[in-house]
Design a protein around this ligand. Structure first.
Ligand code: ATP
Ligand code: MG
Length: 349
């Protein structure tokens, strides 16, 4: 194993997913390339419908094989997860790779206490029988609850007695019960109000540090990326169009000067997404936020070449051919023939 591969916990290569629908073939993923480094929080951003959730479900082997055709590679350790059978995947899913979804209420049973649902998750992985086993289960449940910032007494309560933020903490406790190497969180804070969102993000960051977790964090929100991610990948029409360190985004956000002093965003689509972020400006100077012209392509009949070209002001003849990935150093890769020049312009003397 090379040094670079050793740093990787997951490497998705040329992942493709075609759904068979009554309207014909829908090409949801069209060659996704995504590498997660060990111990990083990697943000995956992009407009609704670009394929973020399908990517996570493909990684976990959760797509219906009868209705979809999946190709490519999902390297986890020395194995390609796409080649494993359901039995082998069950040994990985929920043990070595866990998942947290957007809607905790929909994921928790309303009929069982929080404690019994955490205990059930624990017994999927360890056999704890008899009185001493039950005491150990209760002890581990209390520890997990504390780890996610809930009191051990929460075990006796039912999910409907908890706020959305507390329910999401319970889901995170269930997800980390087996100390996974990788946690995939699909919009884990979208259903929560802003202050609770911040608490849950802080919790994810703490757990990532304490448990040496790697996290794939799916979000619509660049502010979330700037807050807690180490790197970010931008997705468009089932492809990653840019991957970059998030540090530039954080520095730019703090200085209030997005797009200056850093190489990200280099892809016109990443730039367009960032341009849509509201900035803190006095009311009187507020101008309407820009919108990205046009709409995402129909995934039934994608244009050949760069899928963003029909909406891109920089597109020309060259863009009818799919651009290869260009390395810009420090793991920054851009798939564009005409990247945005993000070097700051010097003011004239
Ligand atoms: N089981 C399915 N059968 C057919 N099409 C599907 C299926 N699941 C997803 N799709 C389609 O695949 C595309 C990508 O969907 P996906 O759920 O990954 O989007 P997303 O990026 O997660 O969007 P959002 O931000 O709204 O959650 C969409 O066009 C969606 O309609
Ligand atoms: Mg989704």
């Amino acid at each position: 194993m090379s040094g670079e591969e050793d740093r990787e916990v997951l490497a998705v290569k040329d992942l493709r997913c075609e759904f068979r629908t009554i309207e014909g073939s829908l090409y949801a993923l069209n060659g996704v390339n995504l590498t997660l480094r060990r111990g990083e929080i990697h943000g995956l951003v992009g407009e609704s419908g670009c394929g973020k959730s399908v990517t996570s479900r493909a990684i976990l082997g959760l797509l219906d094989k009868k209705r979809s055709r999946i190709q490519g590679q999902v390297r986890f350790g020395s194995r390609n997860l796409l080649e494993l059978g359901e039995r082998e995947m069950r040994g990985i899913r929920g043990r070595r790779i866990s998942m947290v979804f957007q809607d905790p209420q929909g994921s928790l049973s309303p009929m069982a206490t929080v404690g019994s649902q955490i205990e059930e998750a624990l017994t999927n992985h360890v056999s704890l029988k008899g009185p001493s086993g039950r005491a150990e289960l209760r002890r581990r449940t209390a520890l997990l609850l504390e780890r996610v910032g809930l009191s051990p007494e929460t075990a006796r309560r039912y999910p409907f007695e908890l706020s959305g933020g507390m329910q999401q903490r319970v889901m995170i406790a269930i997800a980390i019960n087996c100390e996974p190497e990788l946690l995939i969180a699909d919009e884990p804070t979208t259903a929560l109000d802003l202050s609770i969102q911040a608490q849950i993000l802080r919790l994810l960051k703490t757990l990532q540090r304490e448990l040496s977790l790697s996290v794939l964090l799916i979000t619509h929100n660049f502010a979330v990326v700037a807050e807690i991610c180490d790197r970010v990948s931008v997705m468009y029409a089932g492809q990653i169009v840019e991957t970059a360190p998030a540090a530039g985004l954080i520095a730019a956000r703090e200085s209030g000067a997005f797009l200056e002093r850093n190489a990200f965003p280099a892809h016109p689509y990443s730039k367009a997404l960032i341009d849509c972020i509201p900035r803190g400006r006095p009311q009187s100077t507020r101008t309407p936020l820009p919108v990205i012209p046009g709409s995402p392509p129909r995934l039934y009949d994608l244009p050949s070449g760069c899928p963003f070209a029909p909406r891109c002001s920089r597109a020309d003849e060259a863009c009818t051919v799919m651009p290869p990935g260009t390395e810009r150093g420090d793991g920054h890769v851009v798939f564009c023939h005409h990247p945005v020049d993000s070097v700051p312009r010097r003011s004239s003397p």
